[in-house]
Design a protein around this ligand. Structure first.
Ligand SMILES: [Zn+2]
Length: 359
């Protein structure tokens, strides 16, 4: 079985000149894409050599990749942004040993001037994948140079093959109703109540408010960094425990609730902004999901995203749908009389993907 992942690698402190060059590359790639689309189908360049005629200077492999990207996005009439991408032949990850004996990771790719080898920030959980890449256990896909916030990143896609598991055993994971996360498989459930996390988050929020009022911006930034590290660490622990639980129960597939933004109503978005991350409903689930996906991939477990509509309102045993969310922590089915913890009920519904899959 093959699993494809994308890892996000931050470019370490690029110089101002490099930043400007990356920006120029991104701007030129975008305008090339739009010029390409403005042409008659017959006149559109097919090769990078033809492409150079309608583009400002860019590495030919970037033009080549851009043509592929544009063609793949058939519905796009105009690109707001098309990032420069490199195929596996043109992008390399390298590992060097520093004078102190530590590892220094570098990304090497062509730019406007010459090929560069620039340092990248590699998180400990990403190292495994890069090692697999270097040893040939993982296959490298394309790499995209993107700007996010003030920083530049490489989005590197890679494919690893893992041993296919026999049979099918699905674990459902419900996110953030009463508990932070509940996993359920074959009548066994794993709970993360998240109470301590909520407590720490509230304390951080209070402190942040006081620092803001006092205009203590440096302390505020330090608090932000500290909180970020703490959240990342918590997400690692949760995802680790979740995958260990899945492996112990012979799970072959994890179905997760898809909570990525789109489902939120206007009201919820408003609440979320006001909440400033105090409430666990707005835990950084996106990152947690990424960690779960990474770790599941290594364990040979597939991850699917299920649509969460109705999962809290439906009896996971008989399929009865109730009108409103049950109060408290128990789901009591009016038809089959089953009583279940509402998050376990939700997780079991997600395992069955009762509302279909998210795309
Ligand atoms: Zn029922």
């Amino acid at each position: 079985m093959e699993q494809t992942l994308t890892i996000k690698l931050k470019l370490y402190n690029p110089t101002q000149a490099k930043r400007e060059m990356y920006q120029t590359m991104a701007d030129r790639t975008t305008s090339f894409a739009n010029r390409y689309l403005s042409l008659d189908k017959k006149e559109r360049p097919k090769t990078s050599k033809d492409a150079t005629k309608i583009s400002e200077k860019l590495p030919s492999c970037v033009l080549c990749h851009a043509i592929r990207d544009i063609r793949a996005k058939k519905k796009v009439r105009r690109f707001k942004r098309l990032w420069p991408s490199f195929s596996y032949q043109n992008f390399r990850v390298e590992k060097e040993t520093s004078q102190s004996g530590g590892a220094v990771w570098k990304a090497s790719f062509p730019t406007l001037e010459k090929r560069v080898g620039v340092p990248i920030v590699v998180q400990s959980y990403q190292e495994k994948y890069l090692e697999m890449l270097l040893s040939g256990q993982a296959k490298q896909g394309s790499a995209k140079l993107v700007k996010s916030g003030k920083d530049w990143y490489i989005l590197l896609s890679l494919t690893i093959s893992v041993k296919e598991k026999q049979g099918e055993k699905i674990m459902g994971v419900d996110l953030g109703q009463i508990d932070l996360l509940v996993a359920s498989v074959s009548g066994q459930a794993l709970f993360f109540s998240g109470k301590e996390l909520a407590y720490t988050r509230r304390r951080c929020a209070e402190l942040r408010y006081r620092l803001q009022k006092a205009g203590a911006y440096r302390a505020l930034a330090r608090l932000g960094d500290k909180e970020h590290r703490w959240v990342t660490d918590a997400n690692h622990k949760i995802s680790r425990a979740l995958i260990d639980f899945a492996v112990a129960h012979g799970v072959t597939k994890i179905r997760l609730e898809d909570l990525t933004g789109t489902r939120w109503t206007k009201q919820q978005r408003k609440e979320r902004r006001r909440d400033h991350g105090r409430c666990l409903h707005y835990w950084p689930y996106y990152h947690l999901r990424q960690f779960i996906e990474y770790k599941a991939a290594l364990a040979g477990i597939r991850v699917e995203l299920a649509n969460p509509d109705l999962t809290t309102l439906t009896c996971s045993r008989c399929g009865e749908v109730i009108r409103s969310r049950p109060k408290g922590r128990w789901f009591r089915c009016p038809r089959c009389k089953k009583i279940k913890h509402i998050d376990v009920n939700g997780a079991d519904n997600i395992a069955q993907a009762i509302s279909g899959f998210a795309v």
